[in-house]
Design a protein around this ligand. Sequence first.
Ligand code: PEP
Ligand code: MN
Length: 337
Amino acid sequence: MVIVMSPGSTAENLDKVQEKIEQAGLVCHLSKGEERTIVGVIGDKSKIANLEMNMMDGVEKTLRITEKYKLVSRDFQPSDTVIDVGGVKIGAGHLTVMAGPCAVESLEQLREAAREVKKGGAHFLRGGAFKPRTSPYDFQGLAVEGLKMMRQAADEVGLKVITEILDREDMDIIGRYTDVFQVGARNMQNFQLLKALGRAEKPVLLKRGLAATIREWLNAAEYILSGGNQNVILCERGIRTYETFTRNTLDLSAVAAVKELSHLPIIVDPSHGTGRWQMVRPMARAAVAAGADGLIIEVHPHPEQALSDGDQSLTPKNFFAVMDDLREMAKLMGREL
Ligand code: PEP
Ligand code: MN
């Protein structure tokens, strides 16, 4: 249930509302907007069904949210969430770009990648130190050494860091080096990991699972928000279909769907979404046109030598062309890049 407080309600009204909810054995989540405060009530369904809040002072209306996810829904928070990562904003009018190699391979590779993506105008350096590879014989990543390289290369040029977490046991060590935790497609429904990240103090980028519906994805995000971490960025990265020409089918309709259903920012990954570097530029443009809040793009200084995902990685020169397009689009659309 969502309780919408009237604009003129007092702090005392809100206290009474919270008290009643807690006495019923339920949990409240507050969302304080400029005009209104909204109270989300979560917990046992039968207890919520018996909760009568409409007559209380300061309550404008109550809404029964029929969807299972509540805290991520637009009914709970009508205004867009903006996530601030040390001055870099994600959501509501900002266009945020994360770029870098699929995997951290060496300090030299990463420094070159960081310099180039910074030159192009990216905000974040991406790169995996713990890699979820389909085959156990493929390069698995440099682990903690890779995290240190990420931090160093990003700091040298003034970029933020985003890197993937595979296992909840690594939360502390990864948290020491990253600014945002990336949950990969293969872990979208790793509920233990999601619960752990609900307690993390850093934002989480939650990729859509390979075969996940939009509702399953929003429910996965709900795990993180209900654990107390409100800073979740969704990422559409393509889903499995019968098509084999592309690695995945990039579902850009998910951008519009998420904007309708949720207040969370959504960014698009045209690299994994297509698997082909030639398609990254047009799909990046399409994602922004559809309303995405940003992009995550694989860029490698020498894609032909990449230890993973070379076929979908842009050269720095091709990345600059994408960024030129985005600057033009940002001007047209009144977005901040
Ligand atoms: C990645 O970003 O390198 C990655 C492994 O992505 P996904 O989880 O979308 O496959
Ligand atoms: Mn990759």
